[in-house]
Design a protein around this ligand. Sequence first.
Ligand code: TRP
Ligand code: SF4
Length: 407
Amino acid sequence: MSNSQIPRVLSGMRPTGQLHLGNYHGALRNWIELQQSHDGYFFVADWHALTTGYEDTSQLQANIRSMLIDWLAAGLDPQRVTIFIQSQVPEHAELHLLLSMVTPLGWLERVPTFKDQQVQLKDRDLATYGFLGYPLLQSADILLYRPGFVPVGEDQVAHVEITREVARRFNHLYGGGPEFEVRIRQALKLLSGADRATYQELRRTYQETGRAEALDGIRDLLERQPPRVDAAARALLVDYPHGASARILPEPQVLLTRTPKVPGLDGRKMSKSYGNTIGLREDPDVVARKLRTMQTDPARVRREDPGEPTKCPVWDLHQIYSDEPTREWAAAGCRSAGIGCLDCKKPVVDAIVGEVTRMRERARPFEQDPGSLDELVRDGARRAREVAGATLADVRRVMHLTREGAP
Ligand code: TRP
Ligand code: SF4
């Protein structure tokens, strides 16, 4: 749904293999909610997977496809949002290269994940150029689409932060001068005569008085414009009152995903590396069996022993999957030993089995016809390249990589 009036969001995920309920509640579910109200771009960050997993790439294609199917199974809708694979949009690589020219090494070395991951993944040699550049590749991923928001979890906030710094530096270096004046004039020409006069009046007011209402007025005026006044022109006109540096690459904001605690089968956080997961498309019988043997409050050894829900990982699942009356029933029954753990688990088992069953149904057409998935991502890449190509054309122009007026 590419409509210049609705805010754009962009996010990506590394293809790590089969997604589980932790991934779903941690990110994917949020993307699916956003697709109702936003112009969404969601992509498989396959190049990012190489930054740590370059030694053995044999599973890369399988992981990419299974993650794409998981997205579709969970309800991401290619009619509403653009779904694509990073490496099929080479513009990401070119912008990464160009940004690398202006990014001080210290900025990258200071990103917390750089040192943390090197410690955590001690078995791999991460003293590579590609790994150091991880956040900058991510910056390119983001800035190419000029999104207003980047929905991510806490662990990615530092990466969006460096993206903003890189954008600011880029705009400072290349956003000013006669170039900028020309582009402003072009953007102004897209407005009607009356709107242009109003805009100039508001801009003057803001510059003379600093009143925020003048900026609001400008924003309202721009919101009323037809699609002919495209996102780039709007961004330029929003910025113009602030001075002589254009937002060629607008600074995006973090949209922090609120994430529930998703416990794994052993009570620790659900994570592939703990082997305690429930896959989004796992066999419902297996899912039911896994849940029935899932860890509960260790104090409830026998059926007659009362338990304490807050010490039980099943309780965390009730928070996600049960309504208030069910939760009250479970908590009271647990504390009084009125119900057994299997009784308590039943509503959660039903809800999760129902969820994975629905996901398996949505996935089936893509599993049965692999060509349809190819087509879907080909179309996604085509749409992504239109947007990315336009940004890159601006970037090249302001860096004087294209000759003014050349075809
Ligand atoms: N680094 C992100 C992660 O590990 C994945 C990612 C790559 C991403 N490029 C992005 C997320 C751009 C948001 C925007 O989860
Ligand atoms: Fe956990 Fe429910 Fe058993 Fe209490 S009754 S320990 S909340 S599973």
